[in-house]
Design a protein around this ligand. Structure first.
Ligand SMILES: *[C@@H]1O[C@H](CO)[C@@H](O)[C@H](O)[C@H]1NC(C)=O
Ligand SMILES: *[C@@H]1O[C@H](CO)[C@@H](O)[C@H](O)[C@H]1NC(C)=O
Ligand SMILES: CC(=O)N[C@H]1CO[C@H](CO)[C@@H](O)[C@@H]1O
Length: 362
């Protein structure tokens, strides 16, 4: 492929431009005040490579293995209200479970400029891709934002959780990553085996069987920081290369950057423990069970008898897309009787967040 060198050159020149980017770290200071004692906990083992460190099975003493939660977002109303709700529940779970593995939090804002929530949510401002590079597929900003954050910020924790604005934490998340493996949610629609021919362009034979590519995206994933520092530039590289490749672009469509992460992880030999219980996705999943995250990516439509009317606007509905340009109001109406626990919990948790976040709305 003649354009390979071009991508490589592009990555190099992006990296060279990093020096000029501004880092907003003031918000991190206020987070530390909120959770005293945290930095003392996490700085002890920061020089140890988590990938080669073996778990100390013999030690009975519980040591916290902290992970940093990172959420990439734009400054749209849509992304912002979700990020505020997400961060509210992150803080709540930390406060309610002070000995959890959850460390710091960063919203990685990939617009290149601060917004007015810098004081509310710890935020790192990343630059968007240069004009035209994303070819209209704005999620390509995600890998690029992670590359910048990992290069520029000294992250205290040894692990990273990549999360999304439309995730609500229903429990504290333990550090599910172990033995040098990431921990990830398996998506049924990520099927590496089916796309072996296309994927081989980006994952050459010498890197191993195609089954080394896990059926995952970058989120939710908990992975060692050292591993992610290797994976992220490749993730970006592979995303751009896939986007430029008509066959890959057509095959992967809107989940291209998920495939790119799965390939990049496998490329660096980082396998993943697949946790189906990492998250639930209402309305398809009806109970919370042992899950940690509610991912509200699908619309929830019901009639007043509590029967789901998916694909048809319900008499009662909660769909994040109803609020792409406007803030969801406080105190959304609860679903009618008969609607599953997952949906009821989701709306109650959104309501609790919006009731308690100061200056909710525009
Ligand atoms: C990016 O891709 C190019 C071409 O495929 C390759 O030569 C280069 O090593 C890659 N860089 C990274 C960081 O993966
Ligand atoms: C929320 O709305 C319900 C009606 O849907 C009302 O009964 C209740 O008082 C409201 N709660 C608050 C806190 O405004
Ligand atoms: C899956 C796993 O090993 N999780 C561990 C993460 O770290 C905590 C200690 O903070 C352990 O209790 C968990 O078992």
């Amino acid at each position: 492929m003649g354009c390979r060198n071009l991508f490589f050159a592009a990555v190099i020149s992006f990296s060279a431009a990093l020096i000029t980017y501004n880092i907003i770290i003031s918000a991190n200071a206020s987070l530390k005040q909120e959770f005293p004692g945290e930095s003392a906990q996490s700085s002890s083992s920061s020089s140890v490579d988590p990938i080669i460190r073996m778990p100390t099975e013999t030690s009975k003493k519980k040591t916290r293995r902290l992970f940093h939660t990172a959420v990439t977002a734009s400054d749209s109303i849509y992304n912002t209200w979700q990020s505020r709700v997400m961060y509210y529940w992150f803080k709540q779970q930390k406060l309610r479970h002070p000995n959890s593995d959850m460390g710091g939090f960063t919203r990685i804002l990939h617009t290149g400029k601060p917004d007015r929530f810098m004081d509310e949510i710890p935020t790192f401002v990343a630059n968007p891709l240069p004009d035209g590079i994303d070819q209209g597929y704005i999620v390509l900003n995600r890998p690029w934002a992670f590359v910048q954050w990992l290069q520029q910020v000294n992250i205290e924790e040894d692990y990273i959780l990549m999360s999304e604005p439309d995730h609500i934490l229903v429990k504290p998340i333990p550090n599910l990553s172990r033995d040098g493996l990431g921990a990830a949610f398996p998506f049924f629609y990520i099927e590496p085996k089916k796309y072996e021919k296309v994927l081989r362009k980006f994952f050459p034979e010498e890197r191993g069987p195609i089954t080394n590519i896990d059926p995952i995206g970058n989120s939710p994933v908990i992975v060692g920081k050292a591993a992610l520092k290797k994976i992220a530039p490749t993730w970006m590289n592979v995303s751009l290369a896939m986007k430029k490749d008509p066959e890959a672009d057509k095959a992967f469509g809107w989940v291209l950057e998920m495939y790119a992460y799965a390939v990049a992880s496998a490329f660096h030999g980082v396998g993943n423990i697949l946790y189906k219980e990492f998250m639930i996705q209402p309305p398809w999943d009806t109970t919370i069970g042992k899950s940690y995250i509610i991912h509200y990516t699908y619309g929830c439509d019901y009639d007043l008898q509590g029967k789901m009317t998916y694909g048809k606007i319900g008499e009662w509905r909660f769909d994040k897309r109803s609020y792409d340009n406007v803030w969801p109001p406080r105190n959304l109406s609860l679903p009618p009787p008969g609607v599953p626990e997952s949906v009821v919990t989701l709306v109650k948790m959104v309501n609790e967040a919006t009731a308690n976040i100061p200056n909710w709305g525009s």
